[in-house]
Design a protein around this ligand. Structure first.
Ligand code: G6P
Length: 612
């Protein structure tokens, strides 16, 4: 939700800021803007719509400032419009601010500021921030470090979440940043420093980063960075080097990030397995190091997440229950956090989040910690917020995922969860070793098999081109195939805007079959030998009522019954979602392309949902 970039150095700031915004557009694209320090005044240029619209603003090429801040917006308060775009300035044009997050008490603060003579030009919550900073700045009579103190005092008044950057006309060589519950990183260059909502946006400039914690403030010049805690006491931070390759954040010849990320899955699954699983050895989770007693102490496991990450939890529930003999509850973070869930110190809560910044997932994690549960975070982003809250963190190592619709993160999350499950089963000795061993062997074969699935893309494309104008598409499956149906249906909705539903095939007769009519498209997923016959019967019921069918299977079925059958390699049904989702990711992709839509940036969505 909203992306922010900052630069302070010797180079012209505007191209660096716009370049960073283009890479952060996945966080929102309702409007964009930049402020730069220009010979004693702050220039502020912004407009609604995509970042590329900034190039059309007269005079933007003439900006010379070497210090600046920038923002791409996902609208919350106030419609997408120029006046609601960031940066926002105070009434006296002394401060310019960009903000990611939501200020919950902005109405109250607005009233206070109005009573003190301030007026407002936008409907945003953000506009109170520069004015509040101004209010405290004036009060301090510009004493030493009054800028930092004013920002600190203003932040003390804010309730909600924020990552902010502040430019001040009176301090042209300084940039102040602060964060609480919204992400912010600082990249360090030579005689220059960068700020961003995430690492990939500035990875082409530096690989050295400082990660800010909640409540931290930083004061940047081109030569130095000073860090402060929530009480403005100076603190030290460790500089981290990031190993990601710059090309991982570029399209690398692919038409879209989503397609690139789909094709990266043989590699990302291999990286997730990494050194955790080697032929003939025990699964390695030394970093967690649970004993049999610790694991036996848990009465249930919660898997909590949002969107695709929650679907990864659904996919792994059957495996955890079967191999570890423990109750597993999968929950949506935004529901879990407000439902007083029954958790205590006998509960293990696992939080799954690609970005590690999803507001609801973080809040759910905090809640379960308060109730005494042990917590594990599964994230793709090193040092993300969730990883700093959890008792233990394990990383998917899928590499940066840029497209809004998640693909490789999902398969890596299931892979990592499957490894964790095997580790638990080994420690618990809950099933015979050969059961564990068979799945381990299957897991090691997955990267090869993912490559094989990807070879069927033409067949998928042809079917997608036949059905791209449909109004509704249904997905059916049983067991883990049902969980894949849910993810496939979400993918289709997200990027093709086609209405779609996923049903447990056995539930069809209890209502949804009423929606099946001549010509409708139904996708069936059949990968579990124990359930295939049942699902085939359910598919027969929709075919009888005129449905066109696409089947994803690794079973020997009578192919002539269906309009298109995609055959994928066999793997153990407990981990088959890692393979069976791939043709369906491509299916959504090709439908979206055929409709001429923006695959990587679907309407109304953002990749990182840092507001609830
Ligand atoms: C957003 C994204 C989804 C993602 C979900 C959870 O809705 O559009 O693709 O699955 O957030 O994100 P997380 O980063 O927590 O996995």
């Amino acid at each position: 939700m909203c992306g922010i970039v900052g630069y302070i150095g010797n180079k012209k700031a505007s191209p660096i800021l716009i370049d960073g915004l283009l890479k952060l557009e996945y966080r929102g694209y309702d409007s964009a803007g930049i402020s730069t320090m220009e010979n004693g005044f702050i220039s502020n240029m912004k407009d609604k719509g995509r970042v590329k619209n900034l190039y059309e603003i007269p005079g933007i090429d003439d900006l010379k400032g070497v210090v600046g801040i920038a923002h791409t917006r996902w609208a919350t308060h106030g419609k997408p419009a120029k006046e609601n775009s960031h940066p926002h300035m105070d009434n006296h044009n002394i401060f310019s601010v960009v903000h990611n997050g939501i200020i919950e008490n902005y109405q109250e603060l607005k009233e206070f500021l109005v009573q003190n003579g301030y007026h407002f030009l936008s409907q945003t919550d953000t506009e109170i921030i520069p004015n509040l900073i101004h209010y405290y700045y004036v009060k301090q009579d510009k004493c030493h470090d009054s800028l930092l103190k004013a920002v600190h005092l203003a932040c003390n008044d804010l309730k909600g979440s924020y990552a902010i950057e502040v430019l001040c006309k009176d301090a042209p060589d300084t940039l102040i940043v602060a964060r609480k519950d919204s992400p912010l990183v600082i990249g360090v260059g030579e005689d220059e420093n960068y700020v961003s909502s995430d690492i990939p946006a500035i990875l082409s400039y530096t690989k050295n980063f400082y990660l800010l914690n909640d409540g931290d403030f930083a004061k940047l010049s081109k030569h130095s960075i000073s860090f402060y805690d929530v009480n403005l006491a100076p603190i030290e931070k460790e500089l981290k080097s990031i190993e990601w390759d710059v090309s991982a954040c570029e399209k690398d010849g692919y038409e879209d990030f989503m397609l690139k990320e789909i094709y990266e899955q043989p590699k990302s699954v291999r990286e997730t397995i990494g050194s955790r699983l080697k032929k003939g050895e025990k699964v390695n989770f030394e970093d967690i190091g649970f004993t049999k007693e610790t694991l036996q102490h848990f009465h249930k496991i919660y898997l909590v997440a949002c969107g695709t990450a929650m679907h990864a939890g659904l996919a792994i529930k059957p495996m955890l229950e079967k191999l570890c003999h423990i109750d597993v509850i999968v929950d949506i973070a935004s529901e879990f956090r407000y439902r007083e869930p029954l958790i205590d110190d006998k509960t293990l809560c696992i939080y799954i989040s690609q970005s590690g910044e999803t507001a609801d997932t973080i809040a759910a994690l905090k809640l379960s910690k308060m109730k005494g549960a042990k917590t594990i975070a599964i994230s793709n982003v090193i040092g993300s917020s969730i990883t700093r809250e959890a008792d233990y963190t394990i990383y998917t190592h899928a590499g940066p995922e840029i497209a809004v619709a998640s693909t490789k993160a999902y398969t890596s999350q299931i892979t990592l969860l499957a490894l964790l499950c095997l580790y638990f089963a080994e420690v618990l000795e809950s099933v015979p070793y050969d059961v564990i061993n068979t799945i381990k062997e299957e897991l090691l074969l997955l990267p090869e098999k993912v490559s094989e699935v990807l070879k069927d893309s033409e067949q998928i494309k042809n079917f997608a081109n036949k059905v791209y104008e449909e109004k509704d598409i249904f997905f059916l499956g049983r067991g883990t195939d049902y969980t894949v149906s849910q993810e496939a249906s979400l993918k289709l909705k997200e990027i093709s805007y086609i209405h779609s539903e996923a049903y447990a095939a056995g539930e069809l007769k209890h209502g949804p079959i009423a929606l099946i009519e001549n010509g409708i498209t139904v996708v069936g997923i059949l990968t579990d030998p124990n359930l295939v016959e049942k699902s085939v019967s359910n598919l027969q019921e929709v075919i009888t009522r005129g449905a066109k069918t696409l089947i994803i299977t690794n079973q020997e079925i009578n192919q002539t019954n269906y309009d298109e059958v995609i055959t994928i390699p066999y793997t153990n049904p407990l981990i088959s979602p890692i393979l069976s989702i791939i043709p369906l990711q491509l299916f959504s992709y090709y439908i979206s392309k055929e409709k001429g839509l923006d695959v990587d940036k679907p309407r109304n969505l953002a990749k990182s949902v840092t507001v609830e």
